[in-house]
Design a protein. Structure first.
Length: 182
């Protein structure tokens, strides 16, 4: 092999390493997004599954199906991440052996460029999460005004603690006896 053929082959190896690293970072970004959707109880558009509203349990079922779909996607991405890590490790060893002392400089250049791309992806995903949370979060409706539980028709004024105890109702059981308990 000539020097030109070795150089061309190693440039292809560097491109392969960069591609694997980019795929790994994209996989990490996807995992982050899906985990955040689960934590915040958001439904990304790809996981929306429509169920006919024939029973009262449809909403519960729809939420369960969505969660299962996202969790399955996360499992798949973790296995993909494992495979990419193994391929990346083999590529790294080959390039470190081929390039010797210049490999750390090449690697840091690749890392810097890919991390900059990944930061932009994280920013856009955070904006997407924010937008999803704004559209999917329901604004609480005004509470119905209820009548007070206890109406004092006597001349006796009760303290706040006595009123809170009375508001618990006639079936409330006092657990511990106080010193001045009747």
């Amino acid at each position: 092999m000539t020097l030109l053929e070795i150089d061309y082959a190693s440039r292809g190896s560097i491109r392969r390493y960069t591609s694997l690293k980019r795929k790994l970072y994209n996989c990490n970004v996807s995992i982050y997004f899906k985990v955040q959707c689960l934590k915040k109880r958001l439904t990304p558009s790809y996981a929306t599954i429509k169920i006919p509203k024939t029973s009262p349990a449809h909403r519960y079922t729809q939420q369960k199906i969505t969660n299962i779909r996202i969790k399955d996607e996360i499992k798949y991405l973790h296995s993909k991440k494992q495979r990419l890590n193994q391929q990346l490790y083999q590529s790294h060893l080959h390039l470190a052996h081929t390039w010797d002392y210049t490999w750390p400089y090449i690697q840091t250049t690749i890392e810097d460029r890919l991390q900059k791309e990944t930061r932009n992806k994280y920013k856009s995903l955070n904006k997407k999460l924010e937008k999803l949370s704004q559209t999917q979060t329901q604004i609480p409706h005004d509470k119905q005004p209820f009548h007070p539980r206890v109406v004092n028709h006597s001349d006796i004024s009760f303290s706040n603690t006595e009123m809170s105890l009375l508001e618990k109702g006639p079936k409330y059981n006092i657990h511990a006896k106080d010193k001045n308990w009747i």
